[in-house]
Design a protein around this ligand. Structure first.
Ligand code: DLL
Length: 426
Protein backbone atom coordinates (compact mmCIF):
# COMPACT_ATOMS: atom_id res chain seq x y z
CA UNK A 1 0.00 0.00 0.00
CA UNK A 2 1.29 3.49 -0.88
CA UNK A 3 2.61 5.89 1.72
CA UNK A 4 -0.64 7.43 2.91
CA UNK A 5 -3.51 5.11 2.01
CA UNK A 6 -5.70 6.37 4.84
CA UNK A 7 -6.70 9.88 5.72
CA UNK A 8 -7.21 8.87 9.35
CA UNK A 9 -5.56 5.50 9.87
CA UNK A 10 -6.47 5.21 13.53
CA UNK A 11 -10.19 5.83 12.98
CA UNK A 12 -10.37 3.74 9.82
CA UNK A 13 -8.55 0.65 11.06
CA UNK A 14 -9.40 0.33 14.76
CA UNK A 15 -10.46 -3.13 15.91
CA UNK A 16 -14.15 -4.02 16.16
CA UNK A 17 -13.84 -3.99 19.97
CA UNK A 18 -12.35 -0.51 19.95
CA UNK A 19 -15.07 0.61 17.56
CA UNK A 20 -17.79 -0.79 19.82
CA UNK A 21 -16.32 1.01 22.84
CA UNK A 22 -16.01 4.24 20.86
CA UNK A 23 -19.61 3.98 19.65
CA UNK A 24 -20.96 3.24 23.13
CA UNK A 25 -19.17 6.19 24.72
CA UNK A 26 -20.25 8.57 21.97
CA UNK A 27 -23.84 7.28 22.01
CA UNK A 28 -24.17 7.85 25.77
CA UNK A 29 -22.97 11.42 25.35
CA UNK A 30 -25.25 11.99 22.31
CA UNK A 31 -28.38 10.75 24.06
CA UNK A 32 -27.62 12.79 27.17
CA UNK A 33 -27.00 16.04 25.31
CA UNK A 34 -29.88 15.61 22.84
CA UNK A 35 -32.23 14.89 25.75
CA UNK A 36 -31.15 18.15 27.37
CA UNK A 37 -31.39 20.26 24.21
CA UNK A 38 -34.22 18.87 22.09
CA UNK A 39 -37.78 19.07 23.46
CA UNK A 40 -38.97 16.79 20.64
CA UNK A 41 -36.46 14.07 21.56
CA UNK A 42 -37.23 14.48 25.26
CA UNK A 43 -40.93 14.07 24.47
CA UNK A 44 -40.30 10.85 22.56
CA UNK A 45 -38.10 9.48 25.35
CA UNK A 46 -40.74 10.30 27.96
CA UNK A 47 -43.36 8.56 25.85
CA UNK A 48 -41.18 5.46 25.63
CA UNK A 49 -40.53 5.64 29.39
CA UNK A 50 -36.78 6.05 28.84
CA UNK A 51 -34.14 8.13 30.58
CA UNK A 52 -30.68 8.89 29.10
CA UNK A 53 -29.13 6.66 31.79
CA UNK A 54 -30.99 3.66 30.28
CA UNK A 55 -28.72 3.89 27.23
CA UNK A 56 -25.43 2.48 28.43
CA UNK A 57 -23.96 0.96 25.28
CA UNK A 58 -24.45 0.68 21.53
CA UNK A 59 -26.47 -2.52 22.14
CA UNK A 60 -29.15 -0.39 23.85
CA UNK A 61 -29.71 1.66 20.70
CA UNK A 62 -32.67 -0.50 19.68
CA UNK A 63 -34.63 0.73 22.70
CA UNK A 64 -34.65 4.31 21.40
CA UNK A 65 -37.48 5.67 19.25
CA UNK A 66 -36.96 6.15 15.50
CA UNK A 67 -36.71 9.47 13.66
CA UNK A 68 -38.01 10.02 10.13
CA UNK A 69 -38.24 12.70 7.45
CA UNK A 70 -41.55 13.62 9.07
CA UNK A 71 -39.67 14.87 12.16
CA UNK A 72 -37.66 17.19 9.93
CA UNK A 73 -40.85 18.35 8.21
CA UNK A 74 -42.76 19.25 11.37
CA UNK A 75 -39.70 20.96 12.86
CA UNK A 76 -39.02 23.07 9.74
CA UNK A 77 -37.04 25.33 9.63
CA UNK A 78 -34.82 24.99 12.72
CA UNK A 79 -36.98 23.35 15.38
CA UNK A 80 -34.53 20.46 15.68
CA UNK A 81 -31.59 22.69 16.49
CA UNK A 82 -29.46 21.48 19.42
CA UNK A 83 -26.81 24.23 19.09
CA UNK A 84 -26.91 27.98 19.66
CA UNK A 85 -28.19 29.90 16.66
CA UNK A 86 -25.09 32.12 16.58
CA UNK A 87 -22.88 29.07 16.26
CA UNK A 88 -24.41 28.11 12.90
CA UNK A 89 -22.20 28.61 9.84
CA UNK A 90 -24.01 26.95 6.93
CA UNK A 91 -27.12 25.05 5.94
CA UNK A 92 -28.23 22.70 3.19
CA UNK A 93 -31.68 21.61 2.22
CA UNK A 94 -33.28 18.91 0.14
CA UNK A 95 -36.84 18.71 -1.00
CA UNK A 96 -36.53 15.04 -1.92
CA UNK A 97 -38.94 13.16 -4.15
CA UNK A 98 -41.83 13.79 -1.77
CA UNK A 99 -41.29 17.56 -1.51
CA UNK A 100 -40.64 17.41 2.24
CA UNK A 101 -38.15 20.17 3.08
CA UNK A 102 -35.29 18.74 5.08
CA UNK A 103 -32.89 21.30 6.55
CA UNK A 104 -29.46 20.42 7.86
CA UNK A 105 -27.58 23.16 9.71
CA UNK A 106 -23.89 23.04 10.56
CA UNK A 107 -21.69 24.49 13.28
CA UNK A 108 -17.95 24.83 12.65
CA UNK A 109 -17.42 21.44 14.26
CA UNK A 110 -20.09 19.92 11.98
CA UNK A 111 -18.42 21.33 8.86
CA UNK A 112 -15.17 19.88 10.11
CA UNK A 113 -16.79 16.48 10.73
CA UNK A 114 -18.22 16.52 7.18
CA UNK A 115 -14.87 17.51 5.70
CA UNK A 116 -13.18 14.71 7.67
CA UNK A 117 -15.56 12.10 6.19
CA UNK A 118 -15.10 13.39 2.64
CA UNK A 119 -11.30 13.62 3.04
CA UNK A 120 -11.33 9.93 4.03
CA UNK A 121 -13.27 9.21 0.82
CA UNK A 122 -10.76 11.09 -1.34
CA UNK A 123 -7.82 9.19 0.12
CA UNK A 124 -9.70 5.90 -0.16
CA UNK A 125 -10.18 6.60 -3.89
CA UNK A 126 -6.48 7.41 -4.34
CA UNK A 127 -6.85 11.21 -4.54
CA UNK A 128 -4.07 12.83 -2.51
CA UNK A 129 -2.93 16.29 -1.40
CA UNK A 130 -1.89 18.33 -4.42
CA UNK A 131 -4.18 16.50 -6.87
CA UNK A 132 -6.59 18.44 -9.06
CA UNK A 133 -10.31 17.70 -8.91
CA UNK A 134 -13.39 19.10 -10.61
CA UNK A 135 -16.62 19.38 -8.64
CA UNK A 136 -19.71 19.21 -10.85
CA UNK A 137 -22.75 19.24 -8.52
CA UNK A 138 -24.20 22.72 -7.96
CA UNK A 139 -22.91 24.91 -5.14
CA UNK A 140 -26.15 25.75 -3.41
CA UNK A 141 -28.77 24.20 -1.18
CA UNK A 142 -27.99 20.73 -2.57
CA UNK A 143 -25.21 19.39 -0.32
CA UNK A 144 -23.17 17.81 -3.17
CA UNK A 145 -21.07 20.77 -4.33
CA UNK A 146 -20.13 22.14 -0.91
CA UNK A 147 -19.54 18.70 0.59
CA UNK A 148 -16.96 17.78 -2.02
CA UNK A 149 -15.47 21.25 -1.52
CA UNK A 150 -15.14 21.15 2.28
CA UNK A 151 -13.52 17.71 2.06
CA UNK A 152 -11.13 18.89 -0.64
CA UNK A 153 -9.99 21.87 1.44
CA UNK A 154 -9.22 19.54 4.32
CA UNK A 155 -7.43 17.00 2.10
CA UNK A 156 -5.31 19.71 0.44
CA UNK A 157 -6.63 19.34 -3.10
CA UNK A 158 -6.65 21.88 -5.95
CA UNK A 159 -10.37 22.45 -6.61
CA UNK A 160 -12.03 23.50 -9.84
CA UNK A 161 -15.51 24.43 -8.57
CA UNK A 162 -17.23 24.07 -11.95
CA UNK A 163 -20.70 23.49 -10.51
CA UNK A 164 -23.52 22.11 -12.64
CA UNK A 165 -24.09 22.30 -16.38
CA UNK A 166 -22.21 23.57 -19.46
CA UNK A 167 -20.63 20.25 -20.24
CA UNK A 168 -18.47 21.56 -23.10
CA UNK A 169 -16.83 24.02 -20.73
CA UNK A 170 -16.45 21.29 -18.09
CA UNK A 171 -14.50 19.21 -20.60
CA UNK A 172 -12.29 22.14 -21.57
CA UNK A 173 -11.49 22.84 -17.91
CA UNK A 174 -10.63 19.19 -17.32
CA UNK A 175 -8.24 19.19 -20.26
CA UNK A 176 -6.68 22.60 -19.65
CA UNK A 177 -6.02 21.96 -15.95
CA UNK A 178 -5.13 18.26 -16.13
CA UNK A 179 -7.93 17.18 -13.82
CA UNK A 180 -7.34 13.81 -12.11
CA UNK A 181 -10.61 13.39 -10.19
CA UNK A 182 -14.19 14.10 -11.22
CA UNK A 183 -16.96 14.46 -8.60
CA UNK A 184 -20.62 14.32 -9.49
CA UNK A 185 -24.03 12.74 -9.44
CA UNK A 186 -24.14 9.44 -11.34
CA UNK A 187 -26.09 10.78 -14.32
CA UNK A 188 -23.62 13.63 -14.77
CA UNK A 189 -20.90 11.06 -15.35
CA UNK A 190 -23.06 9.81 -18.20
CA UNK A 191 -23.57 13.31 -19.56
CA UNK A 192 -19.81 13.87 -19.68
CA UNK A 193 -19.41 10.55 -21.42
CA UNK A 194 -22.07 11.57 -23.99
CA UNK A 195 -20.30 14.79 -24.92
CA UNK A 196 -16.84 13.19 -24.96
CA UNK A 197 -18.12 10.60 -27.40
CA UNK A 198 -19.78 13.25 -29.58
CA UNK A 199 -16.51 15.20 -29.67
CA UNK A 200 -14.55 11.95 -30.23
CA UNK A 201 -12.02 13.05 -27.65
CA UNK A 202 -10.63 11.87 -24.31
CA UNK A 203 -9.20 13.37 -21.12
CA UNK A 204 -5.95 11.51 -20.51
CA UNK A 205 -5.30 13.08 -17.10
CA UNK A 206 -8.63 11.86 -15.68
CA UNK A 207 -8.13 8.76 -13.52
CA UNK A 208 -10.80 8.72 -10.82
CA UNK A 209 -14.51 9.48 -10.65
CA UNK A 210 -16.56 9.68 -7.46
CA UNK A 211 -20.29 9.48 -8.13
CA UNK A 212 -23.42 9.13 -6.05
CA UNK A 213 -26.79 10.64 -5.13
CA UNK A 214 -28.64 8.14 -7.33
CA UNK A 215 -28.92 4.37 -7.45
CA UNK A 216 -26.03 3.03 -9.34
CA UNK A 217 -26.12 -0.51 -10.74
CA UNK A 218 -22.86 -2.36 -11.24
CA UNK A 219 -23.55 -2.40 -15.00
CA UNK A 220 -23.82 1.40 -14.98
CA UNK A 221 -20.61 1.73 -12.95
CA UNK A 222 -18.79 -0.37 -15.53
CA UNK A 223 -20.18 1.70 -18.41
CA UNK A 224 -18.93 4.92 -16.81
CA UNK A 225 -15.62 3.33 -15.87
CA UNK A 226 -14.89 1.93 -19.31
CA UNK A 227 -16.33 4.87 -21.23
CA UNK A 228 -14.30 7.47 -19.34
CA UNK A 229 -11.28 5.21 -18.81
CA UNK A 230 -11.32 5.84 -15.05
CA UNK A 231 -11.92 4.02 -11.79
CA UNK A 232 -15.43 4.88 -10.54
CA UNK A 233 -16.40 4.97 -6.86
CA UNK A 234 -19.89 4.93 -5.33
CA UNK A 235 -20.23 7.62 -2.64
CA UNK A 236 -23.18 7.61 -0.24
CA UNK A 237 -24.69 10.29 1.93
CA UNK A 238 -27.79 12.37 2.50
CA UNK A 239 -28.87 15.75 3.81
CA UNK A 240 -29.98 14.29 7.16
CA UNK A 241 -26.68 12.56 7.95
CA UNK A 242 -24.79 15.76 7.05
CA UNK A 243 -24.35 15.30 3.29
CA UNK A 244 -22.32 13.55 0.64
CA UNK A 245 -19.68 11.12 1.92
CA UNK A 246 -20.74 11.20 5.57
CA UNK A 247 -22.03 7.63 5.40
CA UNK A 248 -19.17 6.27 3.33
CA UNK A 249 -18.00 5.01 -0.03
CA UNK A 250 -16.62 1.85 -1.63
CA UNK A 251 -12.87 1.23 -1.54
CA UNK A 252 -10.57 0.17 -4.43
CA UNK A 253 -11.68 -3.44 -3.86
CA UNK A 254 -15.28 -2.37 -4.69
CA UNK A 255 -16.82 -4.79 -2.23
CA UNK A 256 -19.48 -2.61 -0.62
CA UNK A 257 -19.77 0.80 1.03
CA UNK A 258 -17.50 1.34 4.03
CA UNK A 259 -19.54 3.23 6.61
CA UNK A 260 -17.52 5.60 8.85
CA UNK A 261 -18.60 3.77 11.98
CA UNK A 262 -16.75 5.93 14.47
CA UNK A 263 -19.09 8.68 13.19
CA UNK A 264 -22.33 6.79 12.53
CA UNK A 265 -24.03 3.69 13.90
CA UNK A 266 -25.80 1.82 11.14
CA UNK A 267 -28.73 -0.56 11.55
CA UNK A 268 -30.75 -2.42 8.92
CA UNK A 269 -34.39 -2.94 9.90
CA UNK A 270 -37.53 -4.44 8.43
CA UNK A 271 -39.19 -1.50 6.63
CA UNK A 272 -42.65 -2.56 7.86
CA UNK A 273 -42.10 -3.63 11.47
CA UNK A 274 -38.88 -1.72 12.24
CA UNK A 275 -37.36 -4.89 13.78
CA UNK A 276 -33.63 -5.41 13.32
CA UNK A 277 -32.54 -7.73 10.53
CA UNK A 278 -29.63 -10.17 10.41
CA UNK A 279 -26.54 -9.32 8.38
CA UNK A 280 -27.17 -10.28 4.76
CA UNK A 281 -30.92 -9.57 4.95
CA UNK A 282 -32.13 -6.64 2.89
CA UNK A 283 -34.02 -3.86 4.66
CA UNK A 284 -34.15 -0.17 5.48
CA UNK A 285 -30.97 1.57 6.59
CA UNK A 286 -31.11 3.53 9.86
CA UNK A 287 -28.35 5.95 10.92
CA UNK A 288 -27.38 7.53 14.22
CA UNK A 289 -24.86 10.38 14.00
CA UNK A 290 -22.35 10.20 16.85
CA UNK A 291 -20.54 13.51 16.55
CA UNK A 292 -22.87 16.02 14.97
CA UNK A 293 -23.84 19.08 17.01
CA UNK A 294 -26.40 21.33 15.32
CA UNK A 295 -28.88 18.66 14.25
CA UNK A 296 -27.87 15.22 15.46
CA UNK A 297 -29.92 12.28 14.22
CA UNK A 298 -30.84 9.32 16.38
CA UNK A 299 -32.14 6.19 14.63
CA UNK A 300 -33.04 8.10 11.47
CA UNK A 301 -34.97 5.93 9.00
CA UNK A 302 -33.46 6.73 5.61
CA UNK A 303 -35.95 4.98 3.33
CA UNK A 304 -32.91 3.47 1.54
CA UNK A 305 -32.80 -0.28 1.08
CA UNK A 306 -29.74 -2.50 1.29
CA UNK A 307 -28.05 -5.10 3.53
CA UNK A 308 -24.92 -5.52 5.62
CA UNK A 309 -22.40 -7.41 3.48
CA UNK A 310 -19.62 -7.93 5.99
CA UNK A 311 -18.16 -6.84 9.32
CA UNK A 312 -14.78 -8.43 8.59
CA UNK A 313 -11.64 -6.40 7.99
CA UNK A 314 -11.56 -5.54 4.28
CA UNK A 315 -8.57 -6.29 2.07
CA UNK A 316 -7.96 -2.52 2.03
CA UNK A 317 -7.30 -2.70 5.80
CA UNK A 318 -10.41 -0.84 6.93
CA UNK A 319 -12.46 -2.42 9.70
CA UNK A 320 -15.79 -0.65 9.23
CA UNK A 321 -18.78 -2.73 8.21
CA UNK A 322 -19.67 -2.75 4.55
CA UNK A 323 -23.14 -2.13 3.18
CA UNK A 324 -24.17 -3.45 -0.19
CA UNK A 325 -24.79 -0.69 -2.68
CA UNK A 326 -28.24 0.89 -2.39
CA UNK A 327 -30.94 -1.19 -4.11
CA UNK A 328 -33.54 1.56 -4.14
CA UNK A 329 -35.85 3.40 -1.80
CA UNK A 330 -38.72 1.92 0.16
CA UNK A 331 -41.13 4.02 -1.91
CA UNK A 332 -39.49 3.19 -5.29
CA UNK A 333 -40.61 -0.41 -5.41
CA UNK A 334 -42.80 -1.21 -8.40
CA UNK A 335 -45.34 -4.02 -8.50
CA UNK A 336 -46.25 -5.06 -12.03
CA UNK A 337 -48.47 -8.08 -12.57
CA UNK A 338 -47.62 -9.40 -9.14
CA UNK A 339 -43.85 -9.12 -9.59
CA UNK A 340 -42.04 -6.76 -7.18
CA UNK A 341 -38.87 -5.09 -8.35
CA UNK A 342 -36.79 -1.93 -8.22
CA UNK A 343 -35.85 0.34 -11.15
CA UNK A 344 -32.20 -0.56 -10.54
CA UNK A 345 -32.89 -4.17 -11.55
CA UNK A 346 -34.15 -2.96 -14.93
CA UNK A 347 -31.05 -0.77 -15.27
CA UNK A 348 -28.80 -3.72 -14.50
CA UNK A 349 -30.63 -5.95 -17.01
CA UNK A 350 -30.43 -3.27 -19.72
CA UNK A 351 -26.70 -2.73 -19.18
CA UNK A 352 -26.11 -6.44 -19.82
CA UNK A 353 -27.26 -6.10 -23.44
CA UNK A 354 -24.36 -5.23 -25.77
CA UNK A 355 -25.11 -2.09 -27.78
CA UNK A 356 -27.59 -0.70 -25.24
CA UNK A 357 -26.64 2.82 -24.09
CA UNK A 358 -26.94 4.05 -20.49
CA UNK A 359 -29.95 6.31 -21.10
CA UNK A 360 -33.39 4.91 -20.40
CA UNK A 361 -36.86 5.70 -19.08
CA UNK A 362 -39.19 3.35 -17.24
CA UNK A 363 -42.84 4.11 -17.90
CA UNK A 364 -45.54 2.61 -15.72
CA UNK A 365 -48.82 2.61 -17.62
CA UNK A 366 -52.13 1.84 -16.02
CA UNK A 367 -55.06 0.62 -18.14
CA UNK A 368 -58.30 -0.37 -16.42
CA UNK A 369 -56.46 -0.94 -13.15
CA UNK A 370 -53.84 -3.20 -14.77
CA UNK A 371 -50.30 -1.92 -14.61
CA UNK A 372 -47.94 -2.46 -17.47
CA UNK A 373 -44.39 -1.40 -18.05
CA UNK A 374 -42.66 0.16 -21.01
CA UNK A 375 -38.93 0.75 -21.20
CA UNK A 376 -37.52 3.36 -23.58
CA UNK A 377 -33.82 2.97 -24.12
CA UNK A 378 -31.15 4.41 -26.39
CA UNK A 379 -29.24 1.85 -28.43
CA UNK A 380 -26.60 1.58 -31.10
CA UNK A 381 -27.77 0.59 -34.61
CA UNK A 382 -28.58 -3.12 -34.79
CA UNK A 383 -30.22 -3.48 -31.37
CA UNK A 384 -33.99 -3.97 -31.69
CA UNK A 385 -36.92 -3.60 -29.30
CA UNK A 386 -37.43 -7.35 -29.54
CA UNK A 387 -33.88 -8.03 -28.28
CA UNK A 388 -34.45 -5.69 -25.32
CA UNK A 389 -37.82 -7.29 -24.49
CA UNK A 390 -36.39 -10.79 -24.67
CA UNK A 391 -33.53 -10.03 -22.26
CA UNK A 392 -35.78 -8.16 -19.81
CA UNK A 393 -38.19 -11.10 -19.81
CA UNK A 394 -35.37 -13.52 -19.00
CA UNK A 395 -34.02 -11.34 -16.20
CA UNK A 396 -37.21 -9.98 -14.62
CA UNK A 397 -39.69 -12.80 -15.07
CA UNK A 398 -42.30 -10.71 -16.89
CA UNK A 399 -42.45 -8.92 -20.23
CA UNK A 400 -42.22 -5.13 -20.37
CA UNK A 401 -42.47 -3.51 -23.79
CA UNK A 402 -39.11 -2.28 -25.06
CA UNK A 403 -38.88 0.74 -27.37
CA UNK A 404 -35.48 1.64 -28.78
CA UNK A 405 -34.17 5.10 -29.69
CA UNK A 406 -30.98 6.40 -31.32
CA UNK A 407 -28.23 7.93 -29.14
CA UNK A 408 -29.20 11.35 -27.78
CA UNK A 409 -32.96 10.95 -28.39
CA UNK A 410 -34.12 10.75 -24.75
CA UNK A 411 -34.30 13.89 -22.65
CA UNK A 412 -31.35 14.64 -20.29
CA UNK A 413 -31.85 16.40 -16.95
CA UNK A 414 -29.64 18.46 -14.70
CA UNK A 415 -29.07 17.10 -11.19
CA UNK A 416 -30.57 13.77 -10.18
CA UNK A 417 -32.06 11.95 -13.17
CA UNK A 418 -35.74 11.08 -13.25
CA UNK A 419 -36.00 7.59 -14.66
CA UNK A 420 -39.46 6.42 -13.72
CA UNK A 421 -42.60 8.01 -15.16
CA UNK A 422 -46.24 7.22 -14.54
CA UNK A 423 -48.51 7.35 -17.59
CA UNK A 424 -46.96 8.61 -20.77
CA UNK A 425 -43.90 10.89 -20.33
CA UNK A 426 -43.89 14.48 -21.57
O1 DLL B 1 -27.77 13.04 -2.70
C1 DLL B 1 -25.92 13.43 -1.20
C2 DLL B 1 -24.97 13.11 -2.27
C3 DLL B 1 -24.51 14.08 -3.14
C4 DLL B 1 -24.45 11.82 -2.40
C5 DLL B 1 -23.59 13.79 -4.14
C6 DLL B 1 -23.53 11.52 -3.37
C7 DLL B 1 -23.10 12.49 -4.26
P1 DLL B 1 -29.79 14.07 -0.77
O2 DLL B 1 -30.16 14.98 -1.89
O3 DLL B 1 -30.29 14.40 0.59
O4 DLL B 1 -28.24 13.94 -0.64
O5 DLL B 1 -30.33 12.63 -1.19
C8 DLL B 1 -30.07 11.52 -0.38
O6 DLL B 1 -30.01 10.05 -2.29
O7 DLL B 1 -31.21 8.83 0.83
C9 DLL B 1 -30.39 7.96 -1.30
O8 DLL B 1 -31.73 7.63 -1.56
C10 DLL B 1 -29.81 8.67 -2.51
N1 DLL B 1 -28.37 8.40 -2.62
C11 DLL B 1 -27.34 9.15 -2.19
N2 DLL B 1 -26.15 8.54 -2.50
C12 DLL B 1 -26.47 7.38 -3.11
C13 DLL B 1 -25.72 6.30 -3.66
C14 DLL B 1 -27.39 13.44 -1.62
N3 DLL B 1 -24.39 6.30 -3.66
C15 DLL B 1 -30.63 10.28 -1.01
N4 DLL B 1 -26.40 5.26 -4.20
C16 DLL B 1 -30.31 9.03 -0.22
C17 DLL B 1 -27.75 5.23 -4.21
C18 DLL B 1 -27.89 7.28 -3.18
N5 DLL B 1 -28.51 6.22 -3.73
Amino acid sequence: MSMKAFWNEKAETMSRDELAACQSARLRELVKSTFERSPAFRGKMDKAGLKPADIKAAEDLGRLPFMSKEDFRVQYPLGMLCAEREDLREMHMSSGSTGTPVVMAYTDADLNQWAECVARCYFMAGIKAGDTIQITPSFGLFNGGFGFYHGARKAGLFVIPAGAGNTERQLRLMKDFGVKGLMGVVSYGLRILDVLQQQKTAIPSLKIGIFGAETFSEGMRERIQNGLGIEAFDIYGMTETGGVGTTGMDCPFHCGIHVWEDQYIVEVVDPKSGSPLEDGECGEVVFTSLQRQAIPIIRFRTGDLTRVLSRKRCECGRTSLRLDRITGRVDDMLIIKGVNFFPRQIEQALMEIPGVLPHYQIIVEENDGVRDLRVNVEVRPGVTGFMVEKHLKERLGFSPKGDVFPAGALERQEGKAKRVFFGKPG
